[in-house]
Design a protein around this ligand. Structure first.
Ligand SMILES: Cc1ncc(C[n+]2csc(CCOP(=O)(O)OP(=O)(O)O)c2C)c(N)n1
Ligand code: SF4
Ligand SMILES: [Mg+2]
Length: 300
């Protein structure tokens, strides 16, 4: 794995942006743009990423950037990739579609599924802050069981949708699960994705101080806790070969280091969550984690 001291920094995310204090989206975007050396076209729908980028002519992103309609991220990226091919410029830059969990798990999934089935040539990154945050925290298909949002006042009753499994089922060459607060692992996955053609999908967990209800200084803490508790597993599936990566690979050997209860404590979205719900989520995590460890050991 690339060491943190060896990570490149190309300055394609400029100082100052309009994201909330403590938001790790800018840190992640800095890693993504640097891993691609800025040779990219970013496609994104309405989301916190649009807010972070800002409005023309005052933008924090020094890369070509196309805003598209909410359901059409993957369709827009498919068109841009086709346009670059038609003009002989496909080798000059990578098309990167980047949308939130609402724009991916719910509203954009139809276009994403179509692009994955056609194996279109771009990288799709879903940054998952686990709700529709830009519009004031409404539940999405990615919101965890037990979390309060403005549309799940007493806590969401369902487990999150497994978008990684859905995209993997389309038989694309590369899917990966990452976290904004594990920059070396994220860097390596973007480089790996960029080294191949076709539809490449990266699902990136993004702790959100505003929507999850924790102090802005604790974004890295909660991102790490999510991995240590097994709610987020860092892995990749490249040409059908499965492997846990980074911290999750270490946890496969040592066992998980945190419980769901520890993860939920201190996040106001889980205030008043019942012991029964915590136990249900813990059981769901344990089942899922043992399945992922079994895949890691089998390599498929
Ligand atoms: C078709 C359409 N429906 C609704 C909206 C309003 N809208 C803008 S951003 C947003 C939330 C996006 O949530 P997500 O994709 O999770 O990104 P986040 O804001 O969390 O970064 C919504 C509902 C819109 N712009 N277009
Ligand atoms: S709402 Fe959350 S994800 Fe959006 S900018 Fe604020 S901290 Fe970041
Ligand atoms: Mg979101």
């Amino acid at each position: 794995m690339t060491r943190i001291t060896d990570l490149p920094d190309t300055g394609h995310v400029l100082p100052g942006n309009r994201a909330c204090a403590g938001c790790p989206l800018g840190i992640a975007l800095r890693r993504i743009t640097a891993a691609l050396d800025g040779r990219m076209v970013l496609v994104n729908p309405a989301s916190c990423l649009t807010v972070l980028g800002g409005m023309y002519p005052i933008s924090s992103l020094a890369i070509p950037w196309v805003n598209c309609a909410f359901p059409s991220t993957a369709a827009t990226a498919s068109g841009i990739a086709a346009g670059l091919r038609a003009t002989g410029r496909a080798d000059e830059m990578t098309v990167v579609a980047m949308a939130g969990d609402g724009g991916t798990a719910d509203i954009g999934i139809q276009a994403l599924s179509g692009a994955a089935e056609r194996n279109e040539d771009f990288i799709y990154i879903c940054y998952d802050n686990e709700a529709y945050m830009n519009t004031g925290t409404q539940r999405s298909g990615s919101t965890p069981h037990g979390a309060r949002t403005t549309t799940t006042w007493s806590g969401k009753r369902e487990n999150p949708k497994d978008v990684l499994a859905i995209v993997e089922a389309h038989d694309v060459g590369y899917v990966a699960s990452a976290s904004a607060v594990f920059p070396e692992d994220l860097h390596d996955k973007i480089v790996a994705a960029n080294g191949r053609a076709g539809l490449r999908y990266v699902h990136m967990n993004l702790p959100c101080p505003s929507g999850w209800g924790f102090d802005p200084k604790d974004s890295v803490r909660y991102g790490r806790l999510a991995v240590d508790a097994g709610l987020v597993a860092l892995y990749e599936v490249a040409d059908g070969v499965f492997r846990l990566t980074g911290r999750s690979a270490a946890l496969a050997k040592s066992g998980l280091k945190a419980s769901v209860a520890e993860y939920m404590a201190g996040q106001s979205r889980f205030r008043g969550v019942s012991e029964e719900t915590i136990a249900e989520v813990q059981e769901w995590v344990d089942d899922r984690w043992s399945g992922l460890v079994a895949r890691h050991e089998a390599g498929v």
